[in-house]
Design a protein around this ligand. Structure first.
Ligand code: NAD
Ligand code: LMR
Length: 333
């Protein structure tokens, strides 16, 4: 049996975590041979609710669940963690944009970045889910000076999965048969779901779909799917968010499938002329626990226009929280 890995999850009594934790314990994220030690982090007011979740996890008697600990502070919560999944944050309500959460949630991620830097395993991998996820990832990462920015990421896999799911419904094909879909940019309505490199049954997607449908129906549908879910369900996505978190971490750790990309928001290294120092969703391939941005894809004029809009939004979000980014961080990138 392998040694257990320590998985720290914030917002562990929240809606997404209720869908996620049982699946981590069942082996869906790290594999059916990988025991896990769950380090569950909440605000003090939610510790009673968290106790109930821990009891239910225990009652499932998962063979892979080595143990659970509950924490009302990030310092002990991230101690020696190999993986940190940062979900704890306010979700938006109907009529809000994710960027409206910037001031409410930003502070959380500077404190947590510092705690991860001090107490987590030096090789920790961090996924930020709490919104606005890209900019919160930047805050956490910039507050962890001893770690590499490549150890941090933000979730756009939900948008990626939506892009695959909605296309497969339209074309009546299995999602498995669709490859190389890309989400570029921010996890917000400016994201750019790009099908120009996508393949379906081994053939390019674009000649198989109507351009008018792609531009005027498909792109805005993916961009606004989060709001559509809130409108229909009365709350933001939970099970699909949990699935995306599983997929993101699984692929980061175990590698992406052959001849495919996945979308991950990672620190821009200047690829595709995106300014350095923002978390931008790129197509990546993962291997041996590392991601690699796919370079060299051609961008047409439509793609370049979308790119500029989403990059600009991320730069504006960064300006709004600059006080939380240590001064030398951006200069040293
Ligand atoms: P929720 O309100 O049900 O749960 C959030 C939990 O976080 C609560 O239990 C709360 O007590 C806890 N929390 C708040 N501050 C904390 C802190 N400092 N430390 C630890 N825990 C803390 O919300 P949810 O539906 O689970 O969503 C959580 C976040 O994830 C929201 O910001 C939401 O917008 C975001 N989200 C992102 C994506 C994505 O694709 N990136 C998808 C879905 C939701
Ligand atoms: C989503 O995309 O479902 C989440 O980011 C929640 C939201 O506020 O849209």
């Amino acid at each position: 049996m392998k040694k257990p890995v320590r998985v720290a999850v914030t917002g562990a009594a929240g809606s997404i975590s209720r869908a996620l934790l049982f699946r981590i314990a069942a082996g869906d994220m790290f594999g059916k041979d990988q025991p896990v030690y769950l380090q569950l982090i909440e605000v003090p007011q939610a510790i009673d609710a968290l106790r109930g979740i821990a009891m239910e996890l225990e009652d499932c008697a998962y063979p892979l669940m080595h143990s659970i600990s509950l924490h009302d502070n990030p310092d002990s919560g991230f101690s020696s963690a190999h993986y940190a999944i940062l979900i704890g944050a306010r979700p938006r309500a109907q009529g809000m944009e994710r960027s409206d959460l910037l001031t409410a949630n930003a502070e959380i991620f500077s404190v947590q970045g510092q705690a991860i830097n001090r107490y987590a395993n030096p090789d920790v991998r961090v996924l930020v889910v709490g919104n606005p996820a890209n900019t919160n990832a930047l805050i956490a990462c910039s507050n962890a000076p001893d770690l590499s920015p490549t150890q941090f990421s933000a979730l756009t896999r939900l948008d990626h999965n939506r892009a695959v799911g909605i296309l497969s419904s339209k074309k009546s094909c299995n999602p498995q048969d669709i490859r190389k879909v890309i989400i570029w940019g921010n996890h917000s309505p400016t994201m750019y779901p790009d099908l120009h490199h996508a393949m379906m049954h081994g053939n390019p997607v674009m000649p198989q779909i109507d351009t008018e449908w792609y531009r005027n129906s498909y792109i805005p549908r993916i961009q606004k799917r989060g709001a559509e879910i809130i409108q229909v369900c009365g709350h933001s996505s939970t099970s699909s968010a949990a699935q995306a978190i599983i997929d993101h971490m699984h692929d980061w750790v175990h590698g992406t499938r052959q001849n495919d990309y996945v979308s991950m928001s990672v620190m821009s290294d200047g690829s595709y002329d995106v300014e350095k120092g923002i978390f931008f969703s790129y197509p990546v391939r993962c291997n041996y626990g590392r991601y690699q941005i796919i370079n060299g894809l051609t961008l047409n004029d439509l793609s370049r226009d979308y790119f500029k809009i989403t990059e600009q939004e991320l730069l504006e979000e960064r300006d709004a929280i600059r006080h939380l980014i240590p001064t030398d961080f951006l200069q040293n990138l």
